[in-house]
Design a protein around this ligand. Structure first.
Ligand SMILES: Nc1ncnc2c1ncn2[C@@H]1O[C@H](COP(=O)(O)OP(=O)(O)OP(=O)(O)O)[C@@H](O)[C@H]1O
Ligand SMILES: [Mg+2]
Length: 318
């Protein structure tokens, strides 16, 4: 890959807070126009990683580069290149939509006339015009999210960091928000997003999965699904999911059971096909109607598996 294709580069990025290693030796690259999704449980180190990449937080060790700028050495220089939508959005609730956008536009652009023009442009782009005179505090979750995005892009940054931009937002607004993100990526903007929504993770070009500060998986959703679970994943339908979970949970070859509506996903810890073993166990409990089939893991299965395996490894080493 040509070096110029790479917009974000992290090498051995590490952040310690006292004894806690919040981000532990993390390395990855993101190409221009790519949508990169950083996943991981609460406290995994996602926001800390973003803050280091944005030059807000100085890494304890390692290197970070945005569009050729060394963020560790010259964090100030990166400010004009990036937009940052923080996890708490950073809006002024008592200011109107237009005033919030103007505030950021003036901060970044300086020239008031140009800032006002750009504020109008951004409101147009994100369809915020009808709310221009509404205070931010009165907006619903979906519109607050749009306003936060508007504020983050007033200076047309080529790289955009979005920390849980869709948390608590309804599915339709989330979908519309992702459509906007895709349009931006198609225009060449590089997007770095954190999310707890697995269907959003599926829509990223590349996913990084953080676990206790370490990058436990990295690659396209397809690659991660194919390679992260060395054992098998099975779907069980046709019988009470609660009874299936009760029957299979705790069996030596079962790593994880999760209920999805009327079906159950089972992740094993051995590579051999255990379809018949699962069927036997269920039949022994009278669940004769169960339909058991090997299946392709979802990103959520991978998330569960990695968390389970890592937690087990820690237990074993204690
Ligand atoms: N300024 C700080 N001082 C001390 N510890 C911190 C600080 N910031 C973060 N941490 C700790 O670092 C770890 C990683 O936090 P971080 O906010 O990066 O996680 P996260 O993956 O963004 O979690 P969430 O999904 O809840 O947003 C946590 O244990 C957190 O308590
Ligand atoms: Mg966070």
């Amino acid at each position: 890959m040509a070096r110029s294709d790479i917009t974000i580069r992290a090498e051995g990025l590490t952040k310690r807070f006292g004894n806690l290693v919040a981000v532990d030796d993390v390395s990855f690259t993101v190409r221009q126009g790519e949508v990169f999704g950083l996943l991981g449980p609460n406290g995994a180190g996602k926001s800390t990683t973003i803050r280091m990449l944005c030059g807000i937080l100085k890494p304890t060790a390692g290197y970070a580069e945005i569009a050729g700028i060394n963020v560790v050495k010259t964090p100030e220089q990166v400010k004009r290149t990036i937009g940052y939508m923080s996890q708490r959005f950073g809006l002024y609730d008592d200011l109107t939509v237009r005033e919030n956008i103007l505030f950021y536009a003036r901060l970044y652009i300086g020239n008031w006339k140009k800032a006002a023009e750009r504020a109008n442009e951004v409101m147009e782009k994100l369809e915020l015009h009808s709310y221009a005179n509404t205070t931010a505090g009165q907006l619903s979750g979906g519109w607050r999210q749009r306003l936060a995005l508007a504020c983050a892009i007033t200076h047309k940054p080529p790289v955009l960091f979005l920390d849980e931009p869709t948390a608590g937002v309804d599915p339709l607004s989330r979908r519309m928000f992702w459509d906007i993100l895709y349009d931006m990526a198609a225009e060449g903007v590089t997007l770095f997003v954190t999310t707890h929504y697995m269907e959003e993770a599926e829509r990223c070009d590349t996913i990084g999965f953080l676990w206790h500060g370490k990058l436990a998986a990295l690659g396209s959703p397809e690659k991660i699904k194919k390679t992260s679970i060395p054992a098998g994943v099975y779907t069980i339908k046709g019988v009470s999911p609660a009874e299936v979970v009760n029957t299979l949970k705790g069996l030596p070859f079962v790593a994880e059971t999760s209920q999805y509506g009327s079906e159950v996903h089972v992740i094993t810890n051995i590579p051999e096909d255990v379809t018949h073993k699962i069927r036997e166990q269920l039949m022994a409990m009278g669940l004769n109607q169960a339909r058991v089939a090997p299946s392709v893991p979802s990103i959520e299965d991978v998330f569960m598996y990695i968390s389970h395996e890592k937690a087990n490894n820690i237990k074993q080493n204690e």
